[in-house]
Each structure stands twice: as structure tokens, then as C-alpha cells.
Design a protein around this ligand. Structure first.
Ligand code: ADP
Ligand code: MG
Length: 694
């Protein structure tokens, strides 16, 4: 990747002779950007371009350049790449459009480009790309003229479009330090770029724009490693198409494409943002605030109303209001009238004004907050003004001194108002201070810093392996498409997932005998491949307390089935031990990018109504299983609401881990539902399951 970002020489194929307005001449742009490497224009119809000697073909260039930049018509791209390969050039940026972005002919051409890359070992960025920017080397492959930025923070961009490079002023905070547009992402992809930025000392923050992706597992591995060092922000578009694909199971329909990306990003420690504005604010926060070690925010404000807004925003962004340092309220109230109240938010205005030394009281309070054990970060609101009448309100020095005297590097998010823009930079020169456009953005900034810190400090939970009867699993998990009922439960049992006692029977006499063996109460169910959704046939009868009930249930189910379809034949029944408790759904779905995704949520008949589901990428460890359960809206029900006994959460955590392990043993599972697991304080059992194999 270094040759893409730091080439010492470049052949430029397809640059026009023309320069100036409308020429879109990328050699002209390189020169204007101040690129100091050697440039070799390739153009049979020109002696020189931009005053640089041109060559009729790549083979005639005097050296093997580090990089080729190609923008000829799509039909000529492949021959040019061959010329480059013959010359020994190992890297190419293909700017030309009209490949898989266009039509089937373009897609075929792109396939041939990839083939050439694989057979020659050449690496290719694009096609359909703006290519690469590296401000540290004054290098650009773009055909858009932008003034070279005066400042560019160490933020690197990987995008599948060029516009985010060009719109750096609007989207980045300042500019990008380095950027790569992977375009159609035919060869060089997110994984390559991430691995480069991982080791790159000029990259502190990574931003990703993603439309789609192929190497999901490798991406997760690369990203998970980086986020332990550097924050990664991602904007993934195409949210609206999520879950459009038809699915055969609950798990299939409850785990849409977008949900999988959410699970994948969370797992890799990537912070997903929804909008470009959020992206910019997040970059801003990470650049200025860097980190926040815990969620406790203290608000220091000159406006009570603004303080309440901070408190509201705290909840939105995963923060809480901190307690106040010991002794601080008493100190602030000293010499004040009785009506002065000190809490968090701290309304500093009346105290400053009555005491007559606003600046000092602000400085001392901020300093105390910065050293206090109770506080992880501070949010400040105060006015800044160019008016001579308000010179006394300027707190720049106070913030500076509080920072210095405290010796602490806790983040300070501020929102200054009246003349905010004029003062922003001055405040941000102070270490770990960010000055934002609004109260919400400032609080959000602390939230982002907290998330980045948590991601960096997160520890992966080792997935557990479980003993299982491999022989039996092999005999059960045949090639059949759909496996349901008793057989599916048997397969679960092989992996130690608890199931109720049950017997498959084919007559009333057998059913009664089974009932006697298992013991009442029982549930009677239709069995056999004809009855996949048993309840819909009237084929599940719970609450059977004795032999008489059982015989009646058999007759009732038969009647119900006949009424629905007079030709339907019942070959077998399942007599099952009755379980009690809450109904929980657990499931698996095979995602083409990321492999198996595990889901759990509210089970039973309202599953699709409430869609209360959490998801993780397989394999999961204990921590992930616990998080899955805790993040459910129904979790308080599992803990026992209104005097109910809590269900055995530990067993649920165990079942989820076993399910995850099962997916690693049986990669052919396409979709799977356990619906429901009946969960109570005494036990949790899977009473019904359906597995769809590839
Ligand atoms: P299906 O999903 O094919 O209709 P299930 O076996 O899931 O059939 O049964 C439907 C419902 O009956 C379950 O959601 C659950 O409420 C209840 N049920 C099924 N088996 C049991 C059992 N062993 N103990 C208690 N309730 C059960
Ligand atoms: Mg069911």
C-alpha cells in the first residue's frame, strides 16, 4: 500500500494535452499540489504535458515507475495495464468509469482487470475512482483542483466514492491527512487499506465510507485489531434496503442485512455514524477530546436552562451526570445568599456575579472537577464576545490555567455562544478541549470519546468449545433441507442444549404409554414434515394432565387437521414434557459476508410484532452472550418483574454459547430457529426447533 500513498515516480496514462479550465488534467493537479516525485506522462500525441516530457508508451518511459495512474477510455484500460505489467509496474490506479458501475460489458472488463491483477501480482485501486491523496507527500491522483490544505489533521479516509475526498472541508474536520477511494473495489479493498493505516504513524483516526463489502471476516479481524489502538468511524449507506430479502425462519427475517453490519461493527469496535454531520462531529470530538475513561459528566454552565439541555443530551449519548467533589458545594456557597443551590449541572453565573470574581470561581471550579475522582469529563457552557463591554467574560485564560494546574487530561467539551466561531480555535489549542457548534454536539462529543476509549480497552471474550457426540451429529445432520421437530431437538441435545423429555409415537396406545413414562403434565404435538408450523394446524395441545386429556387431545388435533385438509395424513405425534416460563427465541442465520450471526429475543407468537432481538457475529464468548440478553427490551421480564422469580439467566447464557459453537461445527446451517426456549427459574429448555441447511 505504501507505493500507492508514497510513490516516488508515477506514469500518468490518459492525461490530456490541454490544461486550464475544463481540462481535468491530473498532471496539472499533481503539480499544483506540490508533488515532488518524478512524473512520466504517457501520450503518443504529445511531446510534453505541463512542460514535462511525454512518452508514446509505457515501455519507453526511462524507468519503472512505482505507480501508474490510468484514465483512458474503458476499452483501452486493459491493454494499458498489460503494458504496465510488462514494464514491471506493480501498482495502478484506474480512474476510468464504466465497469461494474455501468453495464454487463463493463462488468466483464472489470473481471478481466481483476484476473490480470491476480496473474501478474499487480495491485489495482478502482476502477471508477479518484484514487489516492497523501497530504504528507503533497500527492494526489485526483482530477479535481483543490488548494493544498494549510492544515490537515492525522485523519485517514477509506471510501467507495471520491466525493468525500473532495468535500473534505465540509465533511472532515479541516481536511483528510490521507485518503483512498476504492471505487468499484475490484482489487484493493477495505482490508488492504485498514492494514496500511494500522501501522501508519501519520494516521490517528480512520474514517470509512462503505456501500458494500466482500471480505467480511478479514475485515472484522483487521478492524478489531486496529480499534485497540486507533478509533475507526464508519458510515455505511444503504440502510433502507435492509432486510428486503425473503427469509424462511424468524431468525432469517429478524436479522436483516443492516442489523448484521451493526453487529459486525460493534464486534470490531467500530463506531457507526448515521450522517455526514455526525461523522464530522465525531472526528472533531476524537481529535480534540481523544478519550473519556468513564460515563460521568459534570456540567459547568452559566445558564440553568442550558444545563438541563446537557442533562437531557447525556442520556441520548450514553453519559450520566456525575456526583460533585467533596466539599465543592460548601465552598461555592460560602458567602452566598441562602437561595444559591449547587448541584450538577453547576450554575456558575449567580455565584460568579454575586462574588464579583466570575473568572476566578470558574477557573477554580473547573480545576476541582478535573482532579475529582467523581468526574470523567466536563461540559462547559459560557458566552464569548468581541464586545469591549464583555472583555471580562472571556474565559480562555481560566480554562488554560485550570487545565495546567489540574495536571489532568480529562476531556473538556465546551459550547461557547455569541461569537463562537471567532473563538473556537483559541480554545481548541488547549489540550483535550473541544469547542462545538451546539450543546448536543458537545455532549455527543464526550459520548464519542467515551465509546472510542471503551472500544480501545475492550477485551474479547474467548469463545468456548463444548464436547459433543460427533458420530451422532453426523448421522443426524444429513443433507436434508429442512429439519424440524424431534430430530432438530435431538441435534440440539447433542450439543448439550437442554430439551424436554419427549417421545415420537404413531398411535394412541403408544401415546398413552409415552405419557405414563414421561409423566404429566404434557404437551401433544403434531409431528412429521407435512406440519412445519404445528400451531397453524391446531396441532399443539398444552396442559394435558392425564390419560383422558391425552386421548381427547389426539382426537381434537385429528379433527382440526381434517377440517383444514381432508387428505392430510398424520403419521406421528410428539408427546412432550410440559415446560413453564417465558418464551425466548434463539437462532442463527448465515450471512454471505460475515458468516453465522446469532440472534436472541422475545419468542412465541409476538416475535415478529415486537422485533425485540439482539444479534452478534459467531463465535461468541460469555460476555457477548450476556450483552445479547441484557440489551433486550424484555430483559427486565427475565429478571423478574412484579414479584416474579427471575429466570435462570446463566443457563440462557450457556445455551447461546453452545448454539454459537454448534454453528462453527455445522457451517452448513443456513437458518435456524429455536422458538421457543421456555425459560424459568428452575430450568430453560428448547421445546421447538427448525433448522434449514444449505
Ligand atoms: P409451532 O411453532 O410449530 O407452532 P411449538 O412447538 O413451538 O409449535 O409450539 C407452539 C407453542 O406452544 C409454543 O410457542 C409454546 O407457547 C407452546 N409449547 C410448545 N411446547 C411446549 C412445551 N413443551 N411446554 C410448554 N409450552 C409449549
Ligand atoms: Mg415454535
Amino acid at each position: 500500500m505504501r507505493l500507492f500513498f508514497e510513490p516516488e515516480s508515477v506514469v500518468v496514462i490518459g492525461a490530456p494535452r490541454k490544461t486550464g479550465p475544463g481540462a481535468l488534467n491530473n498532471i496539472e493537479m499533481m503539480l499544483r499540489y506540490g508533488y515532488k516525485g518524478r512524473i512520466y506522462p504517457i501520450n503518443p500525441n504529445a511531446d510534453a504535458i505541463c512542460g514535462i516530457k511525454a512518452f508514446p508508451s509505457v515501455s519507453e518511459a526511462p524507468e519503472t515507475a512505482d505507480l501508474a495512474v490510468i484514465s483512458v477510455g474503458r476499452d483501452r484500460v486493459l491493454p494499458m495495464l498489460r503494458q504496465c505489467a510488462d514494464k514491471g509496474i506493480r501498482r495502478a490506479v484506474v480512474i476510468t468509469q464504466g465497469f461494474s458501475d455501468a453495464d454487463s460489458i463493463g462488468a466483464e472488463l472489470q473481471r478481466q482487470i481483476v484476473e490480470l491483477a491476480h496473474s501478474t501480482g499487480m495491485r489495482i485501486v478502482g476502477p471508477n475512482t479518484m484514487g489516492v491523496i497523501n497530504h504528507y507527500k503533497h500527492f494526489t491522483t485526483a482530477f479535481v483542483d483543490r488548494p493544498f490544505p494549510g492544515k490537515f489533521p492525522p485523519v485517514s479516509l477509506i471510501a467507495q466514492t471520491g466525493f468525500i475526498q473532495v468535500a473534505a472541508r465540509e465533511i472532515a474536520y479541516g481536511d483528510w491527512g490521507k485518503a483512498i477511494d476504492t471505487g468499484n473495489t475490484s482489487d484493493v479493498d477495505f482490508v488492504d487499506a485498514l492494514n496500511y493505516f494500522n501501522d501508519d504513524p501519520e494516521t490517528r483516526i480512520i474514517c470509512i465510507h462503505m456501500e458494500g463489502m466482500k471480505r467480511g471476516r478479514e475485515f472484522l479481524r483487521a478492524a478489531a485489531a486496529i480499534t485497540l489502538k486507533k478509533p475507526v468511524l464508519a458510515i455505511k449507506t444503504g440502510r433502507s434496503r435492509a432486510g428486503a430479502r425473503a427469509a424462511l425462519s424468524h431468525s432469517g427475517s429478524l436479522v436483516g442485512e443492516d442489523d448484521v453490519f451493526n453487529a459486525a461493527f460493534r464486534r470490531a469496535g467500530i463506531i457507526r455514524v448515521k450522517t455526514l454531520l455526525e461523522l464530522r462531529d465525531s472526528i472533531h470530538a476524537l481529535l480534540c477530546l481523544e478519550e473519556m475513561k468513564g460515563p460521568r459528566m459534570c456540567v459547568l454552565t452559566v445558564t440553568g436552562a442550558g444545563g438541563i439541555m446537557c442533562a437531557d443530551a447525556a442520556e441520548d449519548y450514553g453519559l450520566e451526570l456525575s456526583g460533585l467533589p467533596k466539599g465543592l458545594p460548601e465552598k461555592l456557597k460560602q458567602g452566598m445568599p441562602d437561595w444559591i443551590h449547587v448541584g450538577n449541572p453547576i450554575d456558575i453565573w449567580p455565584i460568579g456575579m454575586i462574588g464579583g470574581d466570575y473568572m476566578r470561581v470558574f477557573r477554580e471550579t473547573l480545576r476541582e472537577l478535573l482532579v475529582a475522582d467523581e468526574v470523567d469529563g466536563v461540559m462547559c457552557i459560557f458566552p464569548v464576545s468581541v464586545s469591549a463591554l464583555h472583555e471580562d467574560l472571556n474565559l480562555l485564560q481560566a480554562v488554560e490555567e485550570a487545565r495546567r494546574q489540574s495536571g489532568s487530561s480529562k476531556p473538556v467539551a465546551i459550547w461557547t455562544y455569541m461569537d463562537n466561531e471567532l473563538f473556537r480555535e483559541k480554545y481548541e489549542r488547549i489540550e483535550r478541549v473541544g469547542n462545538f457548534d451546539s450543546i448536543d454536539q458537545a455532549v455527543q462529543g464526550l459520548g464519542i470519546a467515551l465509546r472510542a476509549t471503551r472500544n480501545r480497552e475492550r477485551r474479547a471474550h474467548e469463545p468456548k468449545a463444548f464436547p459433543y457426540d460427533a458420530e451422532k451429529v453426523r448421522s443426524l445432520a444429513g443433507p436434508e433441507g429442512v429439519m424440524a421437530g424431534e430430530k432438530a431437538l435431538e441435534l440440539l441435545a447433542c450439543f448439550g442444549i437442554p430439551v424436554p423429555e419427549s417421545r415420537l409415537v404413531s398411535s394412541a396406545v403408544e401415546a398413552v404409554a409415552a405419557g405414563k413414562e414421561i409423566g404429566y403434565p404434557l404437551v401433544l404435538k403434531l409431528a412429521g414434515p407435512a406440519f412445519l408450523h404445528k400451531s397453524e394446524w391446531g396441532g399443539v395441545v398444552p396442559g394435558i394432565r392425564n390419560r383422558r386429556d391425552l386421548e381427547k387431545a389426539l382426537r381434537d388435533v385429528e379433527k382440526s387437521v381434517r377440517r383444514k385438509d381432508s387428505r392430510a395424513r398424520i403419521d406421528s405425534w410428539l408427546v412432550q414434557e410440559q415446560a413453564e416460563g417465558k418464551e425466548i427465541l434463539m437462532g442463527l442465520k448465515l450471512d454471505p459476508q460475515f458468516g453465522h450471526v446469532i440472534a436472541c429475543g422475545l419468542g412465541g407468537i409476538y416475535t415478529e410484532v415486537f422485533r425485540d432481538v439482539s444479534r452478534e457475529i459467531v463465535p461468541i464468548g460469555r460476555g457477548e452472550a450476556e450483552r445479547m440478553l441484557k440489551s433486550l427490551r424484555m430483559y427486565p421480564l427475565l429478571q423478574g418483574a412484579r414479584g416474579e422469580r427471575p429466570v435462570d439467566i446463566e443457563v440462557l447464557i450457556d445455551i447461546l454459547q453452545r448454539l454459537s459453537f454448534m454453528a462453527t461445527v455445522l457451517p452448513g446451517i443456513r437458518e435456524m430457529d429455536i422458538n421457543p426456549v421456555m425459560a424459568s427459574a428452575e430450568k430453560c429448555v428448547a421445546v421447538d426447533a427448525r433448522i434449514i441447511f444449505e
